[in-house]
Design a protein around this ligand. Structure first.
Ligand code: NAD
Length: 372
């Protein structure tokens, strides 16, 4: 197949969907690859490295006009007209954005949104949500440490002892668990909360304390199990008890990292404005859910703001701040997915009955794929 790697055009997007490493594999596997000049520069992958891996360099039009286009973000309104009807696009295409998917369908594209892959063992190596959330969790703690005007570890010095920072992590999926691990490595005392009961063991195995919000009804217990590993919205009574406990823990904390998400819905509010007002001056809150409305109503998308003496970090695209590694992992995710839609001769052969392929397919033949 003829594969195109365009430069990402979304504001602040530094990642690229293929690296010289994966390009070399594609070229070795009977594909031809055209990389837009400068596509990898922001992620520190230079044009010469792509050429050395066997790609040709071209324009945006050359890359977007390929039979198979690898993207980080969904094609923009300016990119869509440059793509060929009947071509395949793989990327983080935002499967819940009905309008965006409709536009890709109308352009005649076959679209695979990798965020929609099921959370099953076989899908782990192509799981873009995990590969990127893991880095976001890591970077969130480093950002918090940078903005926190004190040290994280306990330190005994000749001039006196400094206390270890207290960190609270809310939502302990992939990003939250990595945030816990990173905060622990830096020497913080960490507490964490999640709605899914399975999270407790994972939190404790990382050496953090689980903030337990007891279930009072069978309904609460049942909803908390989630669906397919994902959380569901909890009843208001449970949310109110969680808010009270979280508020107590946040008042003691120096660093709060929030990562709670519910697929296809706005992020739940976990840290209220009143809680922020009661937090210690100089403390830092990183809201990783900001793109989906935020876990804190005071966080502002794309900004670092100070409210009631608390620094609130609402930066989006934290994986883009570690673009070299984020791209390397993302590119390998795509490479792994390709095996499900390409045959041994390098021709398109979409395995439609494969549950991963079926889940990721968002549009084909002018139609939006039916979502379950
Ligand atoms: P996510 O990004 O969708 O959500 C982050 C976390 O927020 C989740 O742990 C969720 O339970 C939590 N959350 C939601 N509402 C909350 C609330 N009110 N209070 C506290 N926490 C709340 O999660 P994710 O990182 O994408 O992981 C989702 C699931 O998928 C997890 O069970 C994870 O273990 C699983 N997973 C499986 C695989 C695999 O087997 N291939 C790979 C990655 C993740």
């Amino acid at each position: 197949m003829h594969i195109g790697i365009p430069k990402e055009t979304r504001d602040g997007e530094t990642r690229v969907a293929a690296t010289p490493e994966t390009v070399k594999k594609y070229v070795g596997g009977k594909h031809t690859v055209v990389v837009e000049r400068g596509a990898g520069t922001a992620a520190r992958y230079l044009d010469e490295a792509y050429e050395a891996a066997g790609a040709t360099l071209g324009t945006a039009q050359d890359a977007l006009g390929a039979e198979l286009v690898m993207k980080v973000r969904a094609p923009s309104a300016a990119e869509l007209p440059q793509m060929k009807s009947g071509s395949v696009v793989i990327g983080m295409l935002d499967p819940f954005d009905a309008e965006g998917i409709q536009q890709m369908a109308a352009a005649g594209l076959t679209g695979f949104a990798l965020e929609a892959a099921p959370r099953i063992t076989r899908a782990q190596s192509l799981d873009v949500l995990s590969s990127q959330a893991n880095l976001a969790g890591y970077k969130a703690v480093l950002l918090a440490a940078h903005h926190y005007g004190r040290l994280i570890p306990m330190m005994m010095t000749a001039a006196g002892t400094l206390k270890a920072a207290r960190a609270v992590v809310l939502g302990t999926g992939v990003a939250g668990l990595q945030a816990i691990a990173t905060a622990k490595r830096l020497g913080a005392v960490v507490e964490a909360s999640d709605v899914r009961p399975a999270a407790r063991e994972q939190v404790e195995s990382l050496g953090a304390k689980f903030i337990d919000v007891p279930f009072e009804t069978d309904e609460e217990r049942e909803i908390a199990q989630g669906t397919g590993g994902y959380a569901r919205p909890m009843p208001p009574a449970w949310m109110a008890r969680q808010a009270a406990l979280v508020s107590e823990r946040c008042k003691q904390a120096d660093i709060v990292i929030t990562t709670a998400l519910i697929p296809g819905r706005p992020a739940p509010t976990l840290v209220s404005a009143e809680t922020v007002a009661a937090m210690k001056p100089g403390s830092v809150l990183v809201d990783l859910a900001v793109e989906r409305g935020g876990n804190c109503p005071l966080s502002e998308k794309g900004l670092v703001v100070e409210k009631h003496g608390v620094t609130i970090i609402g930066l989006t695209n934290l994986p883009g701040l570690v673009a070299t590694d984020a791209s390397a992992l993302y590119a390998r995710n795509i490479q792994d997915f390709l095996k499900l839609i390409i045959n041994a001769d390098g021709a398109l052969a979409i395995q439609r009955d494969d549950e991963i392929v079926a889940a990721c397919l968002v549009c084909e033949g002018g139609n939006v794929a039916r979502r379950n």
